[in-house]
Design a protein around this ligand. Sequence first.
Ligand code: ATP
Length: 249
Amino acid sequence: MIDATIDAMTTASSQALPVLAATDIHAHYDDLQVLFGVSIEVREKEVVTIVGANGAGKTTTINAISGMGVRCTGKIEFCGADIGQMPAHGRAQAGLVHVPEGRKLFPFMTVQENIELGAYSTRARADRKATMEEVLTLLPRLKERLKQLAGTLSGGEQQMVAIGRGLIAKPRLLMLDEPTLGLAPKMVALVFETVDAIRSRGIPILLVEQNVKHCLNIADRAYVLENGRVVLEGPGKVLLADERLKAAY
Ligand code: ATP
């Protein structure tokens, strides 16, 4: 019964179109190679997660995809176009939106100002008022805090602002790097509920996490990175039951 459900999930997932296909990515920081032929795919309406220990190369993988701060080779296709040579701002403009680890908010600007900074692309700017309404529907806790300075919010609320800043950019793919890092369990649960709600709006998500159990539970598919290589991949619920993974985490 469980196998049949997983088969059905896998089939549905594999029939969806790829939004992102990163193939055979090798990445270096100066002379240090940290990714060795990583391939990751995200399809329409999927939540895909990359899990792995500290230093496995998770952040480097999404930095390579968004074109930030790492030298890499390989092929990166986004919505059918080869974006491998495109600068980071061009990728963002095309709808590849990266919410970085550590949130990177402006603490002395209000919640509203921080969120609106995400609407800088031509595509997003014109619709920013309507998109802001949608963002606040997804992140209702921020509604009554719009005029509050971002630096005065709790860690979980700040994470919501960072996600809001990503959403107002009208992502075709939203990449979240460690969104639950340092959060209390209640806020961790809220972040995962938010990820689920974003998926139900049809926005695919690439999620980097150390919170392995939570994110395998929610992910349609998952990749396990070890020392810069993908060592396991499959539906989240299948990996959740994998004995090797249970032993490692
Ligand atoms: P964590 O969960 O700790 O953030 P990670 O899986 O995201 O780990 P990365 O941050 O991608 O891993 O790091 C992969 C490797 O690259 C590590 O060995 C790290 O020390 C190295 N590294 C990361 N950023 C840089 C950098 N800017 N310069 C040099 N080496 C780096």
